[in-house]
Ligand binder design. Structure first.
Ligand code: TRP
Length: 461
């Protein structure tokens, strides 16, 4: 009996490879990982926090954070994933059985749940704006105030918001249920080049507006007096979120890699693509904002209220608006599927569920969890335990606590427990010498955890 029990329970723990899946091409993997990284964080958040934090100087600090914190952690996550071919929980359990390190994995799966629940709400807003610009409802504004009011009214609508929230999740579920290759990889193969094309088109439109140069100067000319400790913290947090680090999303994507994949070059590509999209997005937004004589420090509503005003006052504005929100929706969708995939991979690997069951059940649970977040700008706006809405609480718990903690612990784990040598051996399994091994070991051991701790503490106090 005992033996049978052990065999059965071990069976449950081993990956069900049929249900797991794998990438079929190197490019497919790079596009999918870039799809995860490139999201609302790049298109919506990066421009508005750049606007709030002084433009060029912030961009410079952000680039440094990407280089010394983002890049090393991404390589660590890919390496852990390919070494174990498992989800975040399974990965730590396999490398360090019966130790508390598995907590990093559980925190990651939990963060996936939480982030997707509110990310899908914002994803739903972008879908709604596609429809609204198509019907021209969202492109008839005289001032950003007017556009802001329209936006505020829309996000307070319970039925409409919940409807689009559901549509966004159904799209994620529809892609992830088809599996890693048939769903995620195929979708990203089409969606990512589309996104790049739309982005370039919009940039040309923006840069040719009269008065665009002023925006370019604000964006590219660093004013070093604007670099404060707060600016550094915001930049570091943004680097994390934008690169999808700290919750095992990149670990999970790495787990679908064949052993011959070159991990260092894949990391460099994904980091470059993600950064390029953020930087180009600034080139779309700031020239337009300045050309229209608007404020760059508008804040979170920059995309939803300032841009529709810009579109309203330009030729073919409805088309530009439609195209822009399609871009935003694509970016959100390819990130949403990576969040869902982390949760799904856990239930497939560790619980022995089929992919179909995992996707449908978890998609439903995440939808329900997201409903109060969606209502947080309308009927639940005054429900503020601890001074924050439900949406803010979920966002705060995941983005400000679970992600930084997960990233820091991952760096410490790889730097001191699993060890840079073991990681290097995995990286070099099929590729030529990892030339940056010593620099990477130094960063992952000393620079990355300290930097993240810094962000983490500054958020608490
Ligand atoms: N990186 C995405 C963005 O920029 C969001 C995202 C997707 C994410 N998966 C993640 C953030 C995992 C942190 C962890 O919008």
């Amino acid at each position: 009996m005992g033996v049978i029990h052990v065999i059965l329970s071990r069976d449950m723990e081993t990956p069900n490879n049929n249900q797991r899946g794998f990438w079929t091409s190197r490019l497919g993997f790079i596009l999918a990982a870039s799809g995860s990284a490139i999201g609302l964080g790049n298109v919506w958040k990066f421009p508005y926090i750049t606007g709030q934090n002084g433009g060029g100087a912030f961009v410079l600090v952000y680039l440094v954070c990407i280089l010394i914190v983002g890049l090393p952690i991404m390589l660590a996550e890919f390496t852990l994933g390919r070494r174990t071919n498992l989800n975040p929980v399974g990965a730590f359990r396999e490398l360090s059985p019966k130790t508390p390190w598995v907590v990093i994995g559980f925190m990651g799966v939990l963060a996936g749940f939480l982030i997707l629940s509110f990310y899908a709400v914002v994803g739903g807003w972008t879908l709604a704006y596609i429809v609204k610009s198509f019907s021209s409802a969202a492109v008839h504004f005289k001032s950003p105030q007017e556009a802001g009011e329209f936006f505020g009214q829309f996000i307070a609508e319970p039925e409409e918001v919940t409807f689009y929230h559901a549509v966004f999740l159904v799209m994620c579920v529809g892609i992830v249920i088809k599996g890693v290759h048939g769903g995620i990889e195929k979708a990203c193969d089409i969606l990512m080049p589309t996104l790049a094309a739309i982005l370039l088109l919009l940039m040309v439109r923006s840069l040719t507006l009269e008065g665009a140069m002023e925006g370019v100067v604000f964006y590219l000319k660093p004013d070093f007096s604007k670099i404060t400790p707060h600016v550094v913290l915001v930049a570091l947090g943004q680097a994390f979120f934008s690169l999808s680090l700290g919750m095992g999303a990149m670990l999970t994507y790495g787990s679908y890699l064949p052993p011959e994949e070159n991990l260092t070059s894949a990391t460099v590509y994904v980091v470059i693509f993600d950064t390029l999209v953020a930087l180009l997005m600034g080139m779309v937004i700031f020239p337009a904002v300045f050309a229209m004589g608007l404020e760059p420090a508008e804040g979170p509503s920059l995309v939803f209220s300032v841009l529709p005003t810009v579109f309203s006052s330009m030729p073919f504005g409805a088309v530009a608006s439609f195209i822009f929100f399609v871009l935003l929706a694509i970016a959100a969708l390819t990130s949403g599927i990576s969040l869902l995939e982390v949760v799904v991979a856990y239930f497939i690997d560790q619980r022995g569920w089929t992919r179909k069951k995992a996707v449908l059940v978890m998609g439903g649970v995440i939808f329900l969890l997201g409903v109060p977040s969606g209502l947080s700008f309308g009927v639940l706006a005054d429900f503020k335990p601890g001074g924050m809405t439900f949406f803010d609480h979920v966002d705060n718990l995941a983005s400000n606590y679970l992600l930084p903690a997960g990233g820091m612990l991952t760096a410490i784990y790889v730097g001191f427990v699993w060890g840079p040598e073991a990681a290097q051996a995995e990286i070099e399994r099929h590729e030529t010498t990892f030339h940056w091994a010593r620099a990477w070991a130094f960063l992952i051991r000393y620079v990355t955890p300290v930097a993240v701790l810094f962000v983490f503490l500054a958020r608490i106090f």
